[in-house]
Design a binder for this molecule. Structure first.
Ligand code: GDP
Length: 492
């Protein structure tokens, strides 16, 4: 039988608030009387060392904030027959100046539903376009775009457990080709397991060379579909808008393959895309993942709650409701939740308030604790609690030569116990983007003859991401090899 938060807390001899906080780390919001699934219970037991015959574990031996984050997708209350197709949610990524913003603007203008009169579009972090479906006559197709382009925002959301993007559009300028941030974006999308559509932009440019872009991306493992691979490539110009409709068509095609569905007839669940404070109080942009959000709903979001006073779209229009994959500005919360936070609609405001207060208390209890992430030293304790034994690393080094040498050497390490996966490698300093990627994927960052950006150092501390710096290559390799053999002594 499922175990309640209260019962588990008693068994583990912990305060219930502590367990609630642990569940929040796992992306699950519960109150003391609610039950949890066995995966969560197992992860929490492991955290307190109860998986291994009641042996108390040290802090560094804690389980990281690992998956069951897909929770919402597995919600047992949604019966298959209640699911309806929902629009895809798309993030645009790519190297700086390759045309992400121009493309997002061009797409926004292809929205047939947009009112021309007096329509001052506001930036709310996402917008949904509607247009005649290219294949299904008489039907409107819809796509939601997150309009904070770039992989940093994407991974920041993911680091907080919000995998809201269904499809990534990777923009590459045809005159410039694949650049460092193109590869970075690619690796962020890959680490998230999100399918990629390549938009070769600036086809109007005299120096456009789409063939070269295809070759360069093929080297990165993105094989164009017209070359026998399975990545869709679209050539376009965001400036002249030629090819933009083709891109939209391809997004719909990819979405069909993904069979995106949600139950619209249930209380809404989703994530916060942006949050801030306006003269009228806190405002957030909520992206509904499933269910329908309505004016008057009792909303619960992290430690905050409130009654939905107004729903406003990016054209400034007031809506009565917003269904799956739709983003709306919401007024009525009593605080400003972090972007990425999950929101849910509950029975009534009293209930929302009660749970929000429990969470506030849980957060206070927790303030001093940081989340345990993988480090080279605690690798085995952490991995023990997980199914797949994979050490993920991000490699940064001073020159392309050393990057290649390190990647080669790391790939040669033989370990029966753990698989090594290099989720990103590049020349340069260790940036905030590296930390966000590592945090979202629970990876360790390895630097060789390089330094850590000021902001990145701070962020790594907050996110609990380990950074290991080396100046001697064999030391680096030896340490990783030892970590993978479970030989490193935990740091106390
Ligand atoms: P972002 O940094 O990726 O958001 O790139 P922007 O959208 O700001 O575009 C950078 C520059 O490229 C701007 O000067 C744009 O006008 C230009 N640009 C964007 N798309 C195109 C295009 O399709 N063709 C040409 N020729 N220039 C473009």
């Amino acid at each position: 039988p499922p175990i309640t938060v209260r019962a588990l807390a008693e068994k583990l001899n912990q305060k219930a608030f502590k367990i609630i906080a642990d569940l929040m780390d796992l992306g699950v919001f519960a109150n003391v009387n609610q039950t949890m699934d066995p995966d969560c219970a197992r992860a929490i037991c492991a955290k307190y060392g109860y998986r291994f015959e009641l042996e108390k574990r040290e802090r560094h031996a804690q389980v990281p904030a690992a998956p069951p984050r897909k929770k919402a997708e597995l919600d047992p209350t949604d019966r298959p027959e209640d699911l309806r197709p929902r629009p895809p949610v798309v993030t645009v990524m790519g190297h700086v100046d390759h045309g992400k913003t121009t493309l997002l603007d061009a797409i926004r203008k292809s929205n047939v539903a947009a009112k021309e009169v007096g329509g001052i579009t506001q930036h709310i972090g996402a917008y949904t376009i509607s247009f005649p479906h290219p294949e299904r006559k008489g039907e409107l197709a819809q796509i939601t775009f997150l309009d904070t382009p770039g992989h940093a925002a994407f991974s920041a959301m993911r680091a907080r457990g919000a995998n809201v993007t269904d499809i990534v559009v990777l923009v590459v300028a045809a005159d410039d080709g694949v650049m460092p941030q193109t590869i970075e974006a690619l690796n962020h999308a890959r680490a998230a397991g999100v399918p990629i559509i390549v938009a070769i932009n600036k086809m109007d440019h005299p120096a456009a060379n789409p063939l070269k872009v295809r070759q360069q991306l093929q080297e990165q493992g993105l094989i164009p579909d017209d070359w026998g691979g399975d990545t869709i490539f679209v050539e376009l110009s965001a400036l002249t808008k030629k090819g933009v409709d083709k891109l939209l068509e391809m997004i719909l095609l990819q979405a069909d393959l993904l069979e995106l569905k949600a139950n619209p007839n249930r209380p809404a669940v989703g994530n916060i895309i942006e949050s801030g404070i306006s003269p009228g109080g806190p405002t957030v942009t909520a992206l509904v993942r499933k269910g329908t959000l309505r004016v008057g709903d009792a909303l619960l979001c992290g430690p905050y709650y409130g009654k939905v006073r107004a729903l406003i779209n990016e054209d400034g229009e007031r809506l009565k409701e917003a269904g799956p994959s739709v983003a709306v500005k919401v007024l009525g919360l009593n605080g400003v939740p972090e972007p990425g936070s999950e929101f849910t609609v509950v029975e009534d405001e009293r209930k929302a308030r009660e749970i929000a207060e429990q969470r506030q208390e849980a957060l206070r209890t927790r303030a001093a604790e940081t989340r345990a992430k993988v480090t080279l030293e605690n690798l085995f304790q952490v991995l023990d609690a997980q199914q797949a034994k994979v050490l993920k690393v991000v490699v940064k080094a001073d020159t392309q030569g050393s990057v290649e040498a390190i990647v080669d050497a790391l790939k040669k390490i033989d370990s029966e116990k753990v698989k090594l996966e290099i989720i990103h490698s590049a020349v340069g300093t260790i940036t905030e983007s590296d930390i966000l990627l590592a945090s979202a994927s629970n990876a360790v960052v390895i630097g060789f003859h390089t330094r850590v950006d000021t902001g990145a150092q701070e962020l790594a501390k907050r996110e609990g991401v380990q950074i290991k710096l080396y100046s001697i290559i064999y030391e680096l390799i030896d340490q990783v090899r030892e970590a993978m053999a479970g030989l490193l002594e935990p740091i106390t």
